[in-house]
Each structure stands twice: as C-alpha cells, then as structure tokens.
Ligand binder design. Structure first.
Ligand code: UD1
Length: 458
C-alpha cells in the first residue's frame, strides 16, 4: 500500500467516513446551505499554542476534520489532557507536559507537517523536542529550512537524525532578529510560538500576515503575550516569562468557503456558505465576480451562485496574503474549465501544485501546464524560480472518469469536477479530503449531490 493510500485510510477512519472511495453521479447543480466552522489552518496551530500556557485553554469552532485528530493525538502523547465537552469545543490542559516516545509521535503524525510547530513550545516546556520526518500534502518539496534557521537563531541546537530531528535548548530560547527569505505561513507561526516565551525581543521581518496568523496572534495575546504587527510585514514579539490558557473561537475556514463557492460555479448551482465572512475573502470575491460568479454577503454567511450565462476567463496569480491564496486556485480551475475563453492561473507559492489538472484533462478539460511559468503582460516581475502556469481553455464539457485524490485541495477539485461532469466518476483516496473538509459527505448530501461510498481500499 503506498503512503498516500495509507494516509487516506487513516484519515477516513479518524472521522468515521465508512469508506475511502466514492462513486459520483454528476451533472446536477449543487444547491442549498452548508456551514463552515473554524479554519483548519488556525485550529491546529491554536491547539499547539495551548502547550505554552500554565492553565487550561478552551477552543471553540473546532471542525470535525482528521488533522484535528492528528494534533490531538500528538498533544495527548505529550501529556496534554484534552476533552470535548460538546461538539466543536475542545479543552486542553497542559499541566503535565512530558516527552513523548519517537514511535508514538510517528504513529500519530502520519505525514502531517504540524509536528514542526511543536518545537518552540516543547523547548520551553521540556528543553527538548523531537520532530519526525514531515509530510503533509504532496505539493512540492515543502522544506523546513526556514523553521530550523529561525529556531537556531533563537538559540536551539538542531541535530538531524535518521528518522527526524532532535532539538535542545538547555539555556532556553533568546530573542533574535530574523528575516524570512519568503513570507512562509508555517515559519512565521514557528517564530511566534517560539519567541513568545523567549528571553528578550524578537523582530521578524518578511513575516506572513494571513488572517489565520492574525487569529493566532490574538490567541497568544489572550494568553499574555506582547506581539505587535508593524508595517511592511514586520512582527515584533516581546518575550514574557509565563503564559496562561485562553478562551477563543476560531476564525472561519476561508479555504473551505472558497471551495464551496467554486463548486457552486462549476456545477451551475447556488450554495449559501453559512459562517463565511467577506473581509477574509475579498480577494477571492473579486476574482469570483470577474469570472461572472454572483454572490451576496448575508448577515451570517455568503450566498454564491452561477449567473446562468457564460462564465468569463481570467488571469490570476496566487500569492501570500492579501493576494489570491494558493489553496483557492485548484477549485477555481475547475470552474474556469467552464468559462468561455482562455484563462491563465500562475502558481507562485508552491512548485508543484498543478498535478490535479491531469485528472481534469481525463474528464475532458483542456488544461496545459507550463512548468516554468509563461510570460504575460499582466504578470508582475517573477520573484521565485518555482512558479508554473496553467492555461485553461473553455468551455469544455466534463465527463465522468476514475481518478485518485492526490492531495487535499486537488482532491476537492476532483470532487467538484465529478459533480459537474456528466455520467459517473469513481474517486479513490477521498480520506485525504477529510483532513481539511469537515463532514464533506454530509454537506454534499445537503446540497443534493448523488453519490455512494463504494469501498474502503485495502
Ligand atoms: C500553509 C497552509 C497551506 C497554505 C500555505 C500558503 C497550514 C496547515 N497550511 O502551509 O494551506 O497553502 O500556508 O498559504 O496552515 N518554504 C520553504 N522553507 C520552509 C517553509 C516553507 O522553502 O522552511 C516554502 C514552501 O516550500 C512553499 C512556500 O515556502 O513554497 C510557502 O510555504 P508556507 O507558507 O510555509 O506553507 P505552510 O505553512 O506549509
């Protein structure tokens, strides 16, 4: 069994999916209302932040996704007592944090990248941390050099082992001046979680400022931290000796909201995403409108629908916040296969995030991936060597096919494509989708999708 299938099965089992392969009967618009809860990209980090407190924390809006189970398992392996007094609420008590065994950490982590964020809190609590080999979605190399350089700058000793990394900080961590080569989300979080209890002040330049990072900073401030976000991507963290637990409701999942919005467009449907908020989606909403998608901001969500006439092609490039987020491009590419003309999507954040387009082409799409990007009059000066471009020519009717989910967002795109396509599709490895999409089968049912869970692959 390959590691992707193993991950998918574990992920499906964690949230009780009851199967790992779907048979989808497409061609029907998705219509209705679904709810989104806390963001995967915040909740998992907020859970790690609880490690830094000297009293219990309470996190609300926690979605039922398998990444939450992964982090819960990792925290419990380190002695954190976690309870769920009601659905969507977690209490985390870090009073008795202990070192965990390598094997136990490995067993819980699977291919998740979250363990890297345990470094700072564990160095503060225990003076050492072990991080197993990291995976996450297979969307490029996803190195951790920025993380390790930042930890070294803060005073950690980093030793690479065969099966992971061992870190020590016998004298504690000390504030430092750090400049990231790229505004990495994870590395910014690494510095926040490590510098917050370091001796002295840390100045972080070229920091990521995604809404989930701002929410993490809000949590840390509730815990007693002193963190200021200054102009030009500078974050200053004045270390404090002690932090207490927090009470916090997680920011909504803007990536899930954007995915359902794209699903409405691709299937000629009408979906209200309860819990979605305009502020964090403004860049997405601009592109949605340019494509011809309709939306209405409601008091408690956003309604997205297909205009009933031809969609328009666009040129879009992914970027760090406040740009067009890389996680939005895969679902939008599916909608763009139905636009009348040639769209271009530049990916500038990851080096390999168009693998999912192969399956779309099998379903009848016309997508050409240019591995080195392409020149364009509207393209800004390239900043990184890794960028690629997808040229999508539409409209192309989609038809059913048998596809395997490659990663989280790519997998959701396959789901949308199968729902938009005529005929039947079989999608395997759908457990991967459960890493970040809460109760997605229930939601599909609510929206009128026709599908069956056919098998759990062995
Ligand atoms: C987070 C999000 C993910 C999102 C991404 C970019 C989570 C759990 N995941 O991922 O959904 O797509 O931000 O918004 O929050 N890089 C390095 N060295 C490093 C770290 C990163 O070269 O040490 C590179 C990566 O390979 C990538 C780029 O920096 O090309 C951005 O990665 P980063 O922002 O760190 O993404 P994640 O935090 O992993």
């Amino acid at each position: 069994m390959n590691s992707l299938t193993k991950d998918s099965l574990m992920s499906a089992a964690r949230v009780g999916l009851g199967g790992d392969t779907l048979r989808i009967h497409g061609g029907k618009p998705l219509t209705g209302r679904i709810e989104v809860r806390g963001a995967k990209n915040l909740v998992t980090k907020a859970m790690v932040a609880a490690l830094l407190g000297d009293s219990p924390s309470t996190l609300k809006g926690v979605p039922e996704i398998s990444d939450v189970h992964v982090v819960r398992g990792l925290l419990e392996a380190h002695g954190v007592v976690i309870d769920s007094p009601e659905p969507g609420v977690l209490t985390l008590d870090p009073s008795n944090v202990v070192s965990a065994h390598f094997a136990e950490i490995n067993a819980h982590a699977g291919s998740s990248r979250i363990p890297i964020l345990f470094c700072g809190p564990l160095l503060h609590q225990l003076g050492e941390a072990f991080i197993p080999d990291l995976g996450g979605c297979k969307i490029g190399d996803r190195p951790i050099d920025f993380h390790l350089d930042a930890l070294r700058a803060l005073g950690a000793n980093v030793k690479k082992l065969d099966d992971g990394i061992h870190l020590t900080a016998p004298d504690g961590l000390t504030g430092a001046h750090i400049e990231l080569p790229f505004p990495s989300v994870g590395a910014t979080e690494q510095v926040l979680l490590s510098a917050v209890r370091a001796r002295g002040t840390t100045e972080l330049k070229n920091a990521a400022i995604e809404p989930e990072i701002m929410d993490l900073i809000a949590i840390l401030q509730k815990m007693g931290a002193i963190i200021s976000v200054e102009p030009n991507r500078v974050i200053v963290i004045e270390g404090v000796e002690k932090l207490r637990g927090y009470l916090h409701t997680a920011i909504f999942d803007r990536n899930e909201a954007a995915s359902w919005a794209a699903a409405a467009l691709a299937t000629r449907g009408d979906i209200t995403v309860g819990g979605a908020e305009q502020q964090e989606l403004m860049t997405f909403l601009n592109v949605y409108r340019k494509v011809g998608g309709e939306f209405e901001v409601l008091e408690d969500g956003i309604r997205f629908w297909h205009p009933g006439c031809a969609l328009k092609p666009v040129q879009v490039e992914t970027d760090v916040h406040p740009g067009f987020m890389t996680d939005w491009q895969q679902p939008m590419v599916v909608a763009l296969t139905q636009a009348d003309g040639v769209s271009v999507v530049h990916e500038t954040v990851y080096e390999n995030r168009f693998g999912f387009t192969e399956a779309l082409n099998e379903m009848g799409a016309d997508i050409v991936v240019h591995k080195d990007g392409i020149a364009s009059i509207t393209r800004r000066v390239p900043r990184r060597k890794l960028e690629q471009a997808a040229v999508i020519t539409g409209p192309t009717p989609l038809h059913g096919a048998d596809v395997r989910v490659p990663d989280l967002r790519g997998g959701f795109s396959h789901l949308i494509a199968a729902l938009a396509a005529s005929g039947t599709s079989t999608i395997s490895n759908v457990g991967i989708i459960a890493r970040g999409y809460e109760l997605f089968l229930d939601k599909l049912q609510q929206l009128g999708a026709e599908f069956e869970v056919v098998a759990t692959e062995a």
